[in-house]
Design a protein around this ligand. Structure first.
Ligand SMILES: [Zn+2]
Ligand SMILES: [Zn+2]
Length: 179
């Protein structure tokens, strides 16, 4: 069974105490059922949000804690250094957390590539999300909250996805289904 979202917040608090001396910034942590090709991601907006794939962790429950830790290292690097990549500072801190490789936390599936940057447009009112390759050039409002026209009451917040991590190929998935 997957931990509940409140349990994830408790896990976050424990890891924060254990590895960051409490200096990892507050993050909203939630599951996103729509993830199909990444185990976890962090988005840097007004609030830091860590999202985890329930599909992935139902299959690889042991990978949940190290994946959360991986995302927490991103949050920590961002909060203290505005550093968002997998660079030397990230790797050093990850090693201090006892994770040797940036990818060894993904169960027994291997990553292929990290995708290029993308944007998420999210309605904070209803949770609607749309992915975009480019940052939108003009104001947009939620198409679900107001289907008819632009509505400034329901603006879409732009989030930059700094990472998505591939966790397998569709071939592996087919093999898994058949086996
Ligand atoms: Zn909406
Ligand atoms: Zn990462």
């Amino acid at each position: 069974m997957l931990p509940t979202e409140p349990d994830l917040q408790l896990l976050f608090a424990r890891l924060n105490y254990q590895y960051f001396n409490g200096t990892a910034p507050d993050c909203r942590i939630r599951y996103n059922e729509r993830f199909s090709n990444s185990a976890g991601r962090i988005t840097y907006g007004a609030q830091l949000t860590i999202e985890l794939s329930p599909k992935h962790f139902r299959r690889y429950p042991d990978a949940l804690e190290p994946t959360l830790l991986h995302e927490m290292v991103h949050a920590w690097c961002y909060a203290h250094f505005r550093d968002t990549g997998h660079g030397p500072r990230f790797k050093k801190k990850l090693r201090e957390c006892g994770i040797a490789s940036i990818y060894h936390d993904l169960g027994n599936v291997r990553p292929l590539t990290e995708s290029s940057k993308r944007y998420i447009l999210r309605c904070e009112h209803c949770g609607f999300e749309a992915l975009r390759r480019k940052r939108p050039g003009k104001p947009a409002s939620c198409p679900r909250c107001n289907k008819r026209r632009f509505d400034a009451r329901f603006p879409l917040t732009i989030y930059e996805i700094v990472e998505t991590r591939a966790v397998g190929t569709t071939l592996e998935r087919a093999a898994h289904r058949n086996g």
